[in-house]
Write a protein that binds this ligand. Structure first.
Ligand code: SF4
Length: 604
């Protein structure tokens, strides 16, 4: 039988509140933890949580409503979410999802009449190299789904077999390391970088980070040494402290290399964060783990526990008095915008993940108003190696503007999907060849917020001076319709807009409507012109990078694959995407009119 609720919601809420100290900044964690017990968050439960953290129920409900993985309406006791990345779709996820719904007799997004199961979709779950994938109750994953597995899954659900007893093979996640260099090819660091830092001293180690020319791997490429120097120099308020935060919220569709680093190099990540803490004098750090990676939580907690037991984390690290640093893992709850560092900090503080107005920057006033550095998983791993081996060693690899190596998450139409670590300066074509791609039409480098390249550009080089990337490398062969690829990305951005600023909230939705209209065969030249205007608007008028990059796939596919749009522009003049005359029917009924002038089609 499915897991039964063993204590009353109130008892459980009280225990969670007590364990988390009733702290407001723990709100998202409290909501997540309570929901794991109650399946969804009814109003009385929200009210109890609100009282426990000293907030109004309206604020708590406002926070809960921001995150897709927090449910204010009932979901099934087994809640299934199909990964809806473009790669999962290429692998047939939509067909499989509808087949599962048909077998279960449930509509997508609805709960079965017996309350047992609900099936929905979510953005990329970070498993496009082994999809189609889906999440089970937010803490279990199923990979490589096919028709046979869907049929068996439906049988298991109908028989009420608990998810923990489903075939282990379905839950297998491979790391798929296809090419390793310094980050994936060397052993996990377990103290050597910290010892090197202690021997060299904080000032000198920071000088090595600067000399390495390491740039952040999250996409923007800000110099890591500069960021750490600024945070170190930021004055502390009385009683203040600095914080070290790891952004493990890789939500860019098509990216999964941090998943592999978290699985294989968690020690190196924590080592890098501990080195940073030593340089900044920080005592507390956080790993912001994306909600889709909830299934990795226990293994990461185990790494932290082992390091505490080994004297590599916690009080008096390596026996050094005053060197105290510990880490807490904070789970995201399904919001792509929280990959933006100030939105991530808001979420870490238990709020809606809306990007902050800057300045002040996080290095001045970040988490709880204190100087904070936020770097991603790959950056901290690189920093750990630099602390051990020196800045010149790292800078000797790569290109003048892009030192070191970069890990790429390769998926889509390739023979060998997986992660590939290459020195910066590698060409797009070289990665394609390594992955066994043939007949490649286009590559989306850096995910939908990155750039789409076509065949003649495959000689371009990966690096901040040419093609920057956060790590996604999604390949489309000649059979793929690049308009549909761009339309899928347009839906993704409209879905993920946090709604704070109008150009993004409305603009992304208007792009979706225009592209859907073209797809439905109602498109004219007017719609194409409108799309171009919207693309220009979004690039210049939004509050954060999500909105600014939301039209990138549209921009790139319009420029490189105009024929994909042209063949959809079939109407000689503007036509609405809906039946205007039918829309007037309610007005006709209210006014009692049915004369010719009240019908568009009867007007001359
Ligand atoms: Fe939110 Fe979009 Fe505005 Fe960013 S650009 S703040 S995601 S609405």
């Amino acid at each position: 039988m499915f897991r039964a609720i063993v204590s009353s919601p109130d008892d459980f809420v009280n225990r969670v509140l007590a364990a988390r100290g009733g702290r407001r900044e723990q709100l998202v964690q409290i909501l997540r933890q309570v929901q794991e017990h109650t399946h969804w968050l009814p109003r009385p439960v929200l009210a109890r949580i609100a009282a426990g953290v000293g907030l109004t129920p309206a604020i708590v409900e406002g926070v809960a409503s921001f995150y897709r993985f927090l449910h204010l309406e009932p979901v099934g006791r087994v809640h299934l979410l199909w990964s809806d990345s473009v790669t999962d779709r290429l692998q047939g996820s939509r067909v499989l999802a509808h087949e599962l719904c048909r077998r279960l007799g449930v509509e997508p997004g609805q709960v079965s009449s017996d309350g047992l199961v609900s099936v929905g979709f979510t953005s990329c779950t970070g498993l496009p190299d082994q999809g189609p994938a889906l999440l089970v109750n937010h803490h279990q994953v199923l990979t490589r789904m096919d028709h046979e597995r869907v049929a068996r899954l439906a049988d298991l659900l109908r028989a009420q077999v608990p998810p923990a007893e489903w075939p282990a093979e379905w839950q297998r996640v491979d790391d798929s390391v296809q090419r390793a260099d310094v980050l994936l090819g060397s052993l996990p660091l377990q103290g050597s970088a910290i010892r090197a830092t202690l021997a060299r001293g904080a000032e000198a180690t920071l000088a090595e980070i600067i000399a390495s020319h390491l740039r952040g791997r999250g996409g923007a490429g800000f110099a890591t040494g500069t960021k750490w120097t600024l945070a170190r120099a930021s004055p502390l308020p009385p009683g203040g402290t600095r914080f070290v935060v790891c952004n493990a919220d890789e939500g860019e569709p098509g990216t999964f290399k941090d998943r592999v680093l978290l699985a294989r190099r968690a020690h190196t990540l924590v080592e890098g964060m501990t080195v940073a803490a030593r340089l900044l004098g920080a005592r507390q750090g956080y790993i912001y783990l994306r909600g889709e990676y909830r299934w990795m939580l226990e293994s990461l907690e185990a790494v932290l526990a082992r390091r505490r037991a080994s004297g590599l984390l916690g009080a008096r690290i390596l026996g050094v008095t005053g060197f105290d640093f510990d880490l807490e893992i904070h789970l995201g709850a399904g919001a792509y915008v929280c990959g933006e560092e100030s939105a991530l900090i808001e979420s870490l503080e238990g709020k809606r993940g809306v990007p902050r107005i800057r300045p002040p920057y996080p290095v001045e006033q970040g988490y709880l108003g204190q100087p904070t550095i936020v770097n991603n998983v790959e950056t901290f791993c690189a920093a750990a190696h630099i602390a051990e081996r020196g800045g010149a060693w790292w800078a000797a690899t790569g290109t003048p503007d892009s030192s070191g190596t970069k890990i790429h998450s390769v998926s889509g139409d390739v023979e060998r999907p997986g992660v590939y670590e290459f020195p910066f300066g590698v060409t797009v074509g070289e990665i394609l060849a390594a992955a066994g791609a043939t007949r490649t039409q286009a590559v989306q480098v850096g995910g939908p917020s990155g750039i789409c390249l076509a065949g003649p550009e495959f000689g371009r080089r990966i690096g901040f001076e040419d093609v920057p990337t956060a790590g996604a490398f999604t390949v489309f062969d000649a059979t793929r319709d690049m308009f549909e690829v761009a339309r899928g990305y347009a839906h993704f951005f409209a879905h993920e807009s946090c709604g704070f600023c109008t150009p993004c909230r409305v603009g992304t939705e208007l792009i979706v409507r225009r592209m859907d209209k073209l797809a439905a065969g109602f498109g004219s030249g007017f719609d194409e012109a409108e799309l171009r205007e919207l693309e220009a608007l979004l690039h210049g008028a939004t509050h954060c990078g999500l909105g600014a990059s939301a039209a990138n796939p549209l921009r790139d596919t319009l420029a490189r694959f105009p024929q994909a749009y042209q063949r959809r522009i079939v109407q000689p003049r503007f036509v609405p995407a809906f039946d205007l005359d039918a829309e007037l029917e309610p007005a006709r009924r209210v006014t009692g009119r049915d004369d010719a002038a009240a019908h568009l089609e009867r007007l001359g």
